[in-house]
Design a protein around this ligand. Sequence first.
Ligand code: NAD
Length: 466
Amino acid sequence: MLTHFIGGEQVAQGPVFPVYDPVTGSVLRQVHEADSAVVDRAVQAARAAAPGWAALPVTERAAWMRRLADGIEARFDDLVAAEIADTGKPLEQTRTLDIPRGAANFRAFAEIAAQRPDDAFHLPGVLSYTVRRPLGVVAVIVPWNLPFLLMTWKLAPALVAGNAVVVKPSENTPSSAALFAEICAEVGLPAGVVNVIYGYGTAGQLLVEHPGVDGVTFTGSTRTGSTIMRSVSDRVKPVSFELGGKNAGVIFADCDLDRAVDGTVKSVFTNGGQVCLCTERLYVERPIFEEFCARLAARAQTVEPQPMISAEHRQKVLSYYELARSEGAKILTGGGVPADREAGYFVEPTVVTGLSEDSRFNTEEIFGPVCHVAPFDTESQAVDLANASEYGLAATVWTGSLDRAHRVAQRLEAGLVWVNTWYLRDLRTPFGGVKLSGIGREGGTQSLDFYSEPTTITIKLEQSDA
Ligand code: NAD
C-alpha cells in the first residue's frame, strides 16, 4: 500500500485506489488517494519548510541535489523495477534513459544554479541589480509516460531555486515517486521540502487551487493544462506547461535514407509512441515516398509491441486505428492488437497513409505507436504541411543539405527541432512548445527563471566631491 509522504512522514490517509499492471491488466498495488485534508496537510508542511530551505545558500542546496542524485543511484535497481512495473517499459530504456536521467537532472541543475550570476546594470551614478527569490511552494503535476524522468526534470530546478514542493504523480504510475520520497528521507533532506501525494485529477485540482500553492509546473495533456489554467486564474499563479504534441517529421530525398528510416522508427515507436516528442505525422519527398513507406512498414513489423498505459488509453489508440479504416486509409502495417497479446494493453505498431490532412487522425494527438505518412513536392509545401497543426512541440528534419537543414528548421513552428537525429538533449537548452503545446520553457536557466522571481534593486550613487 502506498502512503503519502508529508513533512517527512508516511501518511496513510484518504480512500484507496488500484494501480494496474499494463502487461497483464491485473491489479499491481493499492494507493491512498489525497482528499482535501491530505492536500492541505501537504501544502502546510511545504509552507513550514519553505523559509528555512530558501534561506540556505544556493551552494548548499546544490549539495543537497547531489546527495539526492547519489541516493537515486544507490536505489537504481529498485527504481528500474518500480518504473517497469507501473509502465511495462522495456528494461533497456528504463536502465539507460529514464532512471539515469533522474540522477542527471539533479546533477545538472546543481551545477547550473550554483554557477548562475545575478544581473547588474550600470549607468553613471546608477546601479541596478536583481536578486532572485523562490516562488515559495510549487505544485508539481506529472503524467505517466516518463514518470521518473519528468518528475525529476521539474523537482531539481524547483528545489535548487529554493522552493518547497508538493508532487502529485499520475494515478497510473505512483511507484517511482514513492521511492523518491524514501530517498529524500534516506539522504536526510529537511522534512517538508519534498511532499508526495497520490490521486487522480481531483487531487491535482485540489492541489493547484490551494491558496498555499504559489506556482504550478505541469506536464500532461493540453486539455488538463487548460483546466489548470482556469483553476489558478483567480489567484494569477505562475504556470509552466509542457503539453501535448502532434509532431511532424520532414524527410527530403537528399537525406541518408538508412539514417532517416532508423531515426524515424525510433521517433515513432519509442515507448510505444507514448512520448510527447514522438512523431505522428511524416511528410516524405515524393521521389523516395514509396521506398520510405515500404522500409518504415517493414521495420515497424520488427518493433516489439509495448503496452499502452491503461485499458482506457489502449481503447483510445485503437479508436484511431478504426477511424483510419473508416476513412479509407491504406494501413501499411499493424492496425490492431498483436495476436499473442490479448492480455494487457498492447496494440500493434502501425503505419498508415492516404488520409486527408484534416482527418482527426492527422490533427489530434494519438499518443500510440502510430504515424501517418504523406508525400510532398516542394520544400515550402513540406514546411506548410508540418506547420498546419494546432500543436508545436517538436519536429524532425532529415536532409543531406546544410543550407536546407537550417532554412527549414528555422521555419518550423515548434519549440524543438532536430536535424538528422531525434531526442538528443542537452539539459542546459530550453525545452517546451509553442501553440497548444505549452507555455514557457524549462531547461537550464529557463527553469530557474520560472521557479524564482526577480526583484530589481536600483541605487542612486551620489557623486563624491572629494
Ligand atoms: P493528463 O493531462 O491526463 O494528466 C497529467 C497529470 O495531471 C496527472 O497527474 C493527472 O492526474 C493530473 N490531472 C488531471 N486533471 C487534473 C486537473 N484538473 N488539475 C490538476 N491535475 C490534473 O496527461 P497524461 O495522460 O497523464 O499524459 C499524457 C499527455 O502528457 C500527452 O498529451 C503528452 O503529450 C503530454 N506530455 C507532454 C510532455 C511535454 O514535455 N510537453 C511530456 C510528456 C507528456
